[in-house]
Design a protein around this ligand. Structure first.
Ligand SMILES: [Mg+2]
Length: 276
């Protein structure tokens, strides 16, 4: 028999909410799990807002959450680098929140040049690492700066590997697309990934939950990030079909998730039926 589940990790977009609407069953299921004493953590690959903003959004949607119950790829990267490599001079392709998050961890984030010539870049020898994230102000100068720095030997980090970011009505290009661009351009490979499915996210999540991975249930809508991370960490996994994955996608997996649920309403039944 499997061990009892003590901690439950939820992805956010496509799992708990979509846009500004809680997905069916999310409010009730999370409340029921909390009543049973389960520890809950929300994990997002989005580096666009501070943890407190996601916690406030959850609370507004009827899922009361504290800032400490949310981790983002920006938070994971900042926390990891602050411990492992606090003196690196970082060149960030990313938005204001990521820069603030990294600086908040005591890290050095270089300022962009302000001149008009897009070919003019920061001296690449002054850049120790390039950090790639979703950046809706991405331009030629940023790509060129990252290119010059990577060719000069800078380390190659990213917040998250997603090629696209879901938005109401479709999707927009995300960090994965920029990573692929730079890998193609330089022949380099990404060296450090913070967000799901990275073990760094597992480490931070376990530290926050104070639970062993085998006592955790990972719930998400994306197979290659949420489910893969849970499986590689030895967690029980559940895919919910309210986001990007379908039953047909799940059927293609060599190692399927432990549970496939249409909505989070079914999640508590899974725990009941399996002595979890
Ligand atoms: Mg998702």
């Amino acid at each position: 028999m499997k061990k009892a589940i003590e901690g439950i990790i939820f992805d956010l977009d496509g799992t708990v909410y979509l846009g500004d609407v809680a997905l069916p069953g999310a409010v009730e299921a999370i409340a029921a799990l909390r009543r049973r004493g389960k520890r809950i953590l929300f994990v997002s690959n989005k580096p666009l807002e501070p943890r407190g903003v996601y916690a406030a959004k959850l609370t507004r949607l009827g899922i009361p959450a504290a800032e400490t119950e949310v981790i983002t790829s920006a938070y994971v990267l900042g926390r990891h680098l602050a411990g492992a490599a606090p003196h690196l001079r970082l060149y960030v392709i990313g938005e204001a929140n990521l820069r603030a998050e990294l600086r908040g961890h005591g890290l050095t984030v270089l300022d962009e040049l302000s001149g008009q010539n897009p070919q003019e870049v920061i001296d690449p020898t002054g850049i120790d690492a390039v950090v790639v994230a979703l950046d809706r102000t991405l331009d030629y100068r940023k790509l060129n700066t990252a290119y010059q720095a990577l060719m000069a030997g800078a380390a190659f980090f990213a917040t998250n590997p997603d090629s696209t970011c879901p938005v109401p009505g479709g999707a927009i290009p995300d960090a994965g697309a920029t990573i692929a661009f730079l890998e193609h351009l330089t022949g380099r490979k990404l060296e450090l990934l913070a967000g799901k499915p990275s073990p760094l996210t597992v480490q931070v999540a376990m530290a926050e939950l104070q639970v062993q991975p085998s006592r955790c249930l990972m719930v998400g809508d994306r197979l290659e990030t949420d489910i893969r991370m849970g499986q590689e960490a030895g967690m029980v996994t559940a895919v919910v079909l309210t986001g990007v994955s379908s039953r047909a996608d799940v059927a293609l997996l060599e190692q399927p998730p432990d549970f496939v649920v249409e909505t989070l309403t079914e999640l508590t039944h899974c725990l009941d039926g399996n002595s979890l």
